[in-house]
Design a protein around this ligand. Sequence first.
Ligand code: FE2
Length: 512
Amino acid sequence: MDRRLFVSDLARYAALCAVVPNVWRVTSRPTFTEYPFALGVASGDPTPTGGVLWTRLAPRPFEPDGGMDGTRTTVDWEVADDEQFSRIVKRGRAVAAPELSFSVHVDVEGLAPDRWYFYRFTSGPAVSPVGRFRTTPADGATTPLAMAFASCQHWEQGYFTALDHLAKEEIDLAFHLGDYIYEYAGNRKAVRVHHGLEIRTIDDYRRRYAQYKSDPMLQRAHERCPWMVTWDDHEVDNNYAGLVGENRMESEEQMRNRRAAAYQAWWEHQPVRVPRVQSWADLTITRRVSWGQLANFWMLDTRQYRSDQACGDGTQAPCDEWRDPSRTMLGSAQEQWLLNGLTTSARWQVLAQQVMMAPYDAAPGPEIRTSMDQWGGYPAARDRLLGEIAKRAPNRTVVLTGDIHTNWVNELHSDFARPDRPTVAAEFVATSISSGGDGADVPPARLSTMQGDNPHLKWFQNRRGYVRCRVDANTWTADYRSVPFVEKPGADVATASSWRVEHGKAGIIKAG
Ligand SMILES: [Fe+2]
């Protein structure tokens, strides 16, 4: 090559480097000061032919930009039949960008239905941990399903021992029903301490996700199988409703900004197929996953579109506002989408959602006191939904719930305002992974007292864990998997109680 040309090329390249901002550059040969896959890998939102694979480049996860230098960076991905990656079936290249905190979402397509696969990422010299994921059965198939659902993993209140056990279960799918992170400031007396103050900005939320995602037990559970993730309140702010925050000092505009930061950070850190929208504050995460013809799972959002809690929130005696029939839990668009969905022909219709649907009267005797944050605080919306379930999918609808850090088994009636109405659905409420700490044993007399005013309640328990379900065309079995403590590591898991629903039959039967 002509030496003068070479020198002038070099000069032009140097000039270009000086004017191109870092964020427009893409490097395919990054060097990392530390391991960039420190937050692990995850997969989710499976279809019969694919799923979403996730990772994030973060060599120093608690620093701004995760310790990246601001340059867009290529990340290669591979999907293989085997764990050794000797039979690679798909591969490709993605770009991790600073404006999305160097997260990567690969929506893989073209795989075979009802099959397990392995995946990994590479960037420069670094190779990620290997994750395992699977496609769902083809449309029409009634292949049985093993799944688990969990929620509420307060970092400060305990270890994620339950997730470690969940990772060892033979399950096809895991559901997380929210409170994946908590927004509170660090408390120096806690079991493990949150970094920083209460989170409000995008950088705060990213750093909080990085802290939670650094947990090896959470990482193992993600590596094991695809997850379906939805959110509850603590991904933004305790008990928020729409644009009303917990602390009413925050204006609607401040809540919009906070929601935008929180929703964006959620999207960046979850393996979800959720289309981005113009404004992050309006991100819609409502979606469906189908397990062949066996089950439709409706992933709901009971936070973003709800009316503000009635009667001043908290556990209250009902006031006039509580009875207002125009108050909504799902918002009209989501409610209509769900009702239309219930007419589909899947054997089981499953509502994967946040707050308890069965009413609970916490005051013994004729007095009524109920949580204004749960469906019990929105009686018109609840009875409207249960009335439609009675018409469209009676006794083949199962509601999966999180939020309240205790285990419940509830029969759902078509109209709780009229207790003589029949049971039309089953609700399984899973306790927390760690929120609330160790918990305590519930004396049998307490359960009897609770059942006095709440005869639809079949069982209650106050330990940490998750619920494992085995589902086939005729039977839904729920095993309440329970750990005796979380404030120290190392607890074993055991099945505390098992419950069964027969397709087409009213009621929930004790199964062991
Ligand atoms: Fe929670």
